[in-house]
Design a protein around this ligand. Structure first.
Ligand SMILES: NC(=O)c1ccc[n+]([C@@H]2O[C@H](COP(=O)([O-])OP(=O)(O)OC[C@H]3O[C@@H](n4cnc5c(N)ncnc54)[C@H](OP(=O)(O)O)[C@@H]3O)[C@@H](O)[C@H]2O)c1
Length: 335
């Protein structure tokens, strides 16, 4: 004590894509830790699409107040504690936000179990709420993937998509990943093990999908929405396909004007199902999910490549990168 906290805050709201000038950075002194609280040195922050939606009024994830620290999930280490629940040196996960030091109620933090050689970073990676657990919930709990299924994944080179590809392969599916550009396509097939990759930026998704999956797709795990969702609907297997709506990153710039699925009648025509999900609604199954993912990590069947941005001053750039597609795998910020 005292500690200097460097934080990134919201300066102004903007319609459409935020600009760097919409964010401010400042140092603030933390001089005491109130009863029941802990001071955490932030180690790694997960760059998630939901953060973007908090920057405009009317957000589903609760709009950030002007001047407030940008919200983000992360892992860190306790450096001071005024709570019986945590001691100095404990590693924790929680809503640590875009800053170097988080002063928080201990009740908002989850102590990490680092047994079995797990690393703190795994809890914003393969075992992270908004990465591995989201992929597991959408693919296994919602879409009920099974061996022999043809699984299509959009945003396949991103954090959730990378996990979906590997989990689907581990469950015996044939996997087709959609990603932007040939380099990401190679990442999806060569690094993640998908059977086929489609470059949506080349503009022939429908024709390529028809050729790659002539019998149709059994599962569509959608991270992107918009036109890709219609193409997937039109390519569903003749019966019993499942679509898991994880997100729609192509639509987050204009949430008041979301492009809905034009071909939704394919659901009726092909006896198919489409279901959205929020990962936190499946907390009762997180134990099962973590055990399965940890076992696959030990067997070398799941590995989530990282793209790490160093320095809290680059947090806003990293957030914008998420929407420009400038990363592959899991985008993280190390303050
Ligand atoms: N339902 C839940 O509980 C839950 C929880 C966590 C995350 N999510 C959702 O999961 C999705 C993936 O999140 P993530 O954190 O793993 O992000 P990510 O996939 O690592 O990064 C986003 C990727 O989306 C692609 N993209 C961006 N704009 C696009 C557009 N207009 N059209 C097509 N692709 C576009 C980019 O890849 P390309 O270079 O390939 O374009 C970018 O790399 C998001 O939709 C997020 O909201 C949902």
């Amino acid at each position: 004590m005292p500690h200097t906290n460097r934080r990134v805050f919201l300066r102004q709201y903007r319609e459409g894509l935020p600009l760097l000038e919409d964010f401010g950075i400042e140092d603030v002194e933390i001089t005491s830790v109130p009863e029941g609280h802990a001071l955490v040195r932030v180690d790694t922050l997960s760059m998630d699409a939901w953060i973007r939606t908090t920057l405009t009024p009317g957000s589903f994830h609760e709009t950030a107040d002007l001047g407030s620290t940008i919200r983000a999930l992360g892992v860190g280490q306790v450096v001071e504690s005024a709570s019986d629940a945590l001691v100095v040196g404990d590693w924790v996960f929680g809503p640590l936000s875009a800053q170097t030091h988080a002063l928080m109620p201990a009740a908002a933090l989850t102590k990490l179990d680092l047994s079995n050689s797990l690393q703190p970073r795994d809890f914003v990676g393969p075992l992270g709420l908004t990465t591995g657990l989201t992929a597991w919930v959408g693919l296994i709990a919602v879409a009920e993937v099974k061996a022999g299924d043809v699984v299509l994944v959009s945003g396949a080179a991103g954090a959730v998509g990378s996990m979906v590809v590997q989990l689907a392969k581990a469950h015996g599916a044939r996997v087709i990943g959609i990603a932007g550009g040939p380099e990401k396509g190679r990442f999806v097939t060569e690094k993640l093990g998908a059977d086929y990759a489609i470059d949506y930026k080349a503009g022939h998704v429908d024709a390529e999908l028809r050729a790659a999956a002539p019998g149709g797709i059994d599962v569509f795990f959608d991270n992107v929405g918009g036109e890709l969702l219609d193409i997937a609907l039109d390519n569903l297997a003749p019966a019993n396909a499942r679509i898991a709506i994880c997100g729609a990153i192509s639509q987050y710039s204009d949430l008041g004007n979301v492009r809905g699925p034009r071909l939704y009648l394919r659901l009726a025509e092909r006896n198919a199902m489409m279901k959205g999900f929020v990962v936190t609604h499946y907390a009762a199954r997180f134990g099962e999910a973590k055990a399965e993912i940890a076992a696959l990590m030990r067997d070398g069947k799941v590995n989530l490549p990282e793209h790490v941005v160093e320095g809290i001053d680059h947090f806003a750039e990293a957030l914008l990168m998420l929407f420009a597609g400038g990363h592959t795998g899991n985008l993280l910020v190390q303050p």
